[in-house]
Design a protein around this ligand. Structure first.
Ligand code: NAP
Length: 252
């Protein structure tokens, strides 16, 4: 309880999957949560459910690749909840399963627009509010695919590798402002994104699970608890770090 009390936490991609679990756990831990997503029915319903449990929560329809919309929503969240202290850059897409010699420029650009520019735009417009608040925590969802290669989704790999180094650069640029920036690298977690990915690739849940030394895929809360830690002051000396929550996938 109360691990992030008094903090306004923006979570992008908050209606489903990992983002939804992050919003739920941050709200339980006393944070005011601003939910950004494209799925309005799910986002509004989640905000209402969190409010019914006593949390401060509101949903905004935000495409993170639209800078003007990102800025407007962040400014509104800051006005509504009193500043911005935590940003969870979680919204992401995997893109189509096409190799480098097959992918179109438009398919490549779409993945970078959401996964890389989305992270840039949200950080860019949250940082002035964090400076005003005297500090903050930015948590960027990269992936095991931002740490090691795999023979699929090259645009996604490129985007998650970029997010890893954007996190370290911003950690250095804003350390003097007491803004911490870290990346989180999930292994395969059972979410709508992974369900669609497996449908498209023909792989089974068991086969992909067995790629992790612990023998199975992770759950959304495995990631959400790591994010609560990075959002809270428990991690006040942690910046520029990469937290792999991957059942040992990248330990080899
Ligand atoms: P998910 O199930 O697809 O949920 C992501 C949410 O973000 C969805 O509601 C999605 O909407 C939304 N979103 C997509 N594009 C957006 C945009 N432009 N603006 C705002 N919201 C947008 O994904 P997830 O599996 O929870 O993944 C969350 C993050 O963790 C992603 O960055 C992903 O790359 C990363 N990650 C996931 C795994 C995994 O195994 N699940 C592993 C490593 C890293 P749509 O349904 O319309 O796309």
């Amino acid at each position: 309880m109360n691990r992030v009390k008094g903090k306004t936490c923006i979570v992008t991609g908050a209606a489903l999957g990992i983002g939804r679990a992050c919003a739920e756990r941050l709200a339980e831990e006393g944070g005011a949560v601003a939910l950004f997503d494209l799925h309005d029915a799910e986002g509004e319903a989640l905000a209402a459910a969190l409010r019914a449990k006593g949390a401060r929560a509101r949903y905004w329809h935000v495409d993170v690749s639209n800078e003007a919309r990102v800025k407007a929503a962040i400014d509104e969240a800051a006005a509504e909840f009193g500043g911005v202290h935590v940003l969870v850059n979680n919204a992401g897409i995997s893109g189509s399963i096409k190799l480098t010699h097959e992918i179109t420029e438009a398919e490549w650009d779409q993945v970078q627009a959401v996964n890389v520019k989305g992270v840039l735009f949200c950080a860019k417009h949250a940082i002035p509010h964090m400076k005003k608040a005297g500090g903050g925590s930015i948590i960027n969802l990269s992936s095991i695919y931002g740490l090691v290669g795999a023979p699929d989704v090259p645009a996604y790999h490129a985007s998650k590798g970029a997010v890893r180094l954007m996190s370290k650069t911003d950690a250095l640029c804003y350390a003097a402002d007491r803004i911490r920036v870290n990346s989180v690298h999930p292994g395969f977690i059972w979410t709508p994104m992974v369900e669609h990915h497996l449908q498209a690739s023909g792989a089974t849940r068991e086969a992909v699970g067995s790629l992790h030394p612990l023998g199975h895929m992770g759950e959304v809360d495995d990631i959400a608890w790591g994010i609560v830690y990075l959002a809270s002051d428990e991690s006040k000396f942690v910046t520029g770090a990469e937290l792999a929550i991957d059942g040992g996938y990248t330990a080899r």
